[in-house]
Write a protein of this length. Structure first.
Length: 98
């Protein structure tokens, strides 16, 4: 699993943990489960949202187009992402060997 912060103009910054700030957007690439999570803070600009979605679609296309892309909005997270959030804040990445 890889964690990325979406920077200005769609640049990716790989991270060791997620802070879930209201002005940020993150992409969580769970290749093992063929799922790409997009987390969007409450104050993220539309341009950043669009860039994040474009990056996720490009990543999916590179893998043959079969990945699930799930969008999580701040304070509306659900499912398996919700259960991972606490660990991602601590830098405990599922499947990562320490």
């Amino acid at each position: 699993m890889q964690l990325f912060k979406i920077k200005d103009k769609g640049k990716l910054l790989e991270l060791e943990l997620l802070e879930f700030e209201k002005n940020d957007a993150y992409l969580v690439d769970d290749e093992e489960h063929n799922t790409i999570y997009i987390w969007v803070g409450l104050k993220v600009t539309q341009g950043t949202k669009d860039s994040t979605a474009d990056i996720a679609r490009k990543l999916d296309k590179e893998r043959g187009g079969s990945a699930k892309i799930l969008i999580m909005k701040q304070k509306r997270e659900y499912g398996s992402f919700l259960s991972m959030m606490h660990d991602l804040k601590k830098g405990l990445i599922p499947g990562k060997i320490i």
